[in-house]
Ligand binder design. Structure first.
Ligand SMILES: Cc1ncc(COP(=O)(O)O)c(C=O)c1O
Length: 412
């Protein structure tokens, strides 16, 4: 348990939550390094230990201090933009430990990735064409679209036939023709079918397709299985059976190695499962508004800081830290953004009043990183707890941050 209640007070990794809120103000993101480290080792052990490399999907949480933590653990990095790639290089990842998996980017981004020397994962035929023509000696990875509908929400299901991601398995002959005609090298094969995959069977089926497809790629040296591992957000929620996936992988990899006659490196790109539980988002109650039909708990944040509930109906447990023993009440927890801005609807939480401190759990992945300055609000600080101490790893924004890139030509 990362956050625990002891003698009426909540603690994260031994530090009192009220104290952290007072020290850094709210809203604030708090991360537990111990939880990240534990998750990293757990996931790696279950999926195959030394026989699999975890390429942290840093889109989940890109603070450079977190990147350095993963680098120190021996992880690689999955970067979906050249900006993430550059943050990764800055954090000390070697180019070969970074896989660049872009979607619909311009040629210049491939140029930058080639210059950096990272692994490049190509997910469309024109990009493959470009890479082959411009850099015939640069080996690439090919992202396939296995035509599998998997993912917890339609917006995060990305391996189905109508998704923009990956090259359709029905177009593999075109990829293979290109390889034969140009003598170019495809060293890796990749898929990522979605996040929050509800049933292991969907993932195993997609893996089956990936490994079957891999048999046709004679120069292959690695297979990247993407991610999508499901975590539990609520007490009765299920999570992916990593050990089952691990033993399936072992069998598939052995089969592929015997067909291709060489060792195959296995990569996976977990994001959420590594950082979600480590993160807590603290905010304060600005007001409690009782209407004839609802009770609204209005907090000093909004979807500008945590968009998952509004974007894809994500569920975050909300704890009223200020009233641990209070009676329960069904409320709508809403943000201050001048649009519908609902974190939780008809949710039972301990009775709230103005000034109470609330904690959103499972906020480490796709929390801060999907934040914005919408409504001209400042982004919150990030704090990392490491070995019993709290460290500010990103300060709260100020007015100067909002205007620092504005160029005023003095027209008015
Ligand atoms: C290419 C790629 N790999 C890995 C991930 C990480 O997925 P998850 O956070 O579900 O582990 C994503 C996230 O969408 C992704 O786009």
């Amino acid at each position: 348990m990362i956050m625990e209640l002891r003698a009426g007070k909540y603690f994260i990794d031994g530090l009192e939550v009220q104290h952290l809120a007072k020290k850094y103000g709210t809203p604030v993101y708090i991360y537990s390094a111990a939880a990240i480290i534990e998750r990293y080792h757990h996931v790696k052990r279950c999926l195959g230990g030394d026989s699999i490399k975890l390429m942290y999907a840093c889109k989940a949480l890109t603070n450079p201090v977190i990147l350095k933590l993963f680098q120190s653990l021996g992880a690689g990095l999955d970067a979906v933009s050249v900006e993430e790639m550059e943050l990764g290089l800055g954090a000390g990842f070697l180019p070969d430990d970074i896989i660049f998996t872009p979607s619909m980017v311009g040629d210049e981004d491939y140029d930058r990735a080639v210059e950096a020397g990272v692994r490049i994962n190509v997910g469309d035929l024109p990009a493959l064409e470009y890479m082959n023509a411009r850099y015939p000696n640069y080996p690439v990875c090919v992202r396939i679209n296995p035509h599998v509908l998997a993912g917890g929400h339609q917006k995060i299901s990305v391996g189905h036939k109508d998704s923009k991601f990956g090259i359709s398995i029905h177009q593999m002959h075109e990829v293979l023709n290109m390889i034969n005609a140009r003598n170019c090298k495809v060293e890796g094969l990749h898929m990522h079918v979605g996040s929050d995959i509800q049933a292991d069977e969907q993932f195993l089926y997609a893996l089956e397709v990936l490994f079957k497809t891999a048999e046709n790629f004679k120069d292959l040296t690695y297979v990247d299985i993407g991610s999508g591992y499901k975590i539990s957000y609520k007490a009765d929620d299920s999570s992916s059976d990593l050990e089952k996936i691990g033993s399936f992988l072992k069998e598939k990899r052995r089969g592929l190695e015997s067909i291709l006659g060489r060792k195959i490196e296995l990569l996976t790109e977990p994001g959420k499962i590594l950082v979600s539980e480590s993160g807590f988002f603290l905010c304060s109650v600005n007001t409690v508004k009782r209407s004839p039909t609802r009770t609204f708990v209005g907090v000093n944040t909004g979807f500008n800081h945590l968009i998952r509930p509004m974007l894809y109906d994500a569920w975050h447990e909300i704890v009223n830290v200020s009233n641990p023993d209070g009676e329960k009440e069904k409320v709508d927890v809403v943000g201050y953004i001048c649009e519908t801005d609902t974190f939780a609807s008809n949710r039972e939480i301990n009775l709230t009043s103005k000034g109470d401190l609330l904690v959103f759990k499972n906020a480490g992945a796709y929390g801060f990183n999907m934040g914005s300055n919408y409504n001209s609000k400042f982004r919150p600080p990030e704090v990392l707890i490491f070995e019993g101490k709290d460290y500010l790893i990103r300060r709260r924004e100020e007015m100067k941050d909002l205007i620092k890139s504005v160029v005023d030509p003095m027209l008015f």
